[in-house]
Design a protein. Structure first.
Length: 191
């Protein structure tokens, strides 16, 4: 039951983008089209899950063992940067159109505060290895859900007759705010 609560909390209640406001840059930048959002979401799921697995092991078996926990942030950043490079190389070979569509936002996963924040929060909450990976995967699924929802709404807004004064980025910000408010409705489910 504890794992189910972690999943529901991470995906809906404490959605990393819509409730914690982490990862806003890729959220606004990549959410223009659904296929790009799905690709970015899959990349973030892979990076975040693997990053939490590796950072858990490094933290518990190296940093704590040698009493150098103060190095966790910089160590976690190096791990995340390495994994993003791996994803970038794989996408470049396997899916060149997706690689081109993601553009600058793919390397920005390295600096996406949601990825680093998830690794640090998992350590702070003292999750075991399985909980840490489930938490990270759930956060990444929540991130992907937010991206895809926003992309779907933005695609529909492009077809709608919106007033001239709110076209473009203005309506995107208003939509993001309304989507965030909608997700606040989930906060009564799990704390």
């Amino acid at each position: 039951m504890e794992y189910v609560l972690i999943i529901i909390s991470a995906v809906l209640v404490n959605n990393v983008v819509l409730a914690q406001f982490l990862g806003i840059c890729p959220f606004l930048g990549v959410s223009g089209r659904i296929n790009t959002s799905v690709g970015m979401g899959m990349a973030v799921i892979f990076v975040m899950s693997l990053a939490n697995l590796v950072t858990y092991l490094i933290h518990n078996f190296i940093l704590v063992s040698f009493h150098i926990e103060f190095m966790q942030t910089i160590t976690f950043i190096f791990v995340i940067a390495f994994l993003v490079q791996v994803v970038e190389i794989i996408l470049k070979k396997v899916a060149p159109p997706l690689y081109q569509a993601l553009g600058i936002y793919l390397p920005l996963i390295t600096t996406n505060c949601a990825v680093l924040g998830t690794a640090l929060i998992a350590v702070q909450k003292d999750y075991n290895l399985l909980m840490s990976v489930i938490y990270a995967a759930s956060i990444a699924v929540g991130f992907t859900l937010a991206l895809v929802l926003m992309a779907g709404i933005r695609e529909q807004l492009n077809l709608a007759d919106t007033p001239k004064g709110v076209r473009g980025f203005a309506i995107t910000l208003v939509t993001a705010g309304l989507l965030s408010l909608a997700f606040m409705g989930f906060s009564g489910i799990v704390k």
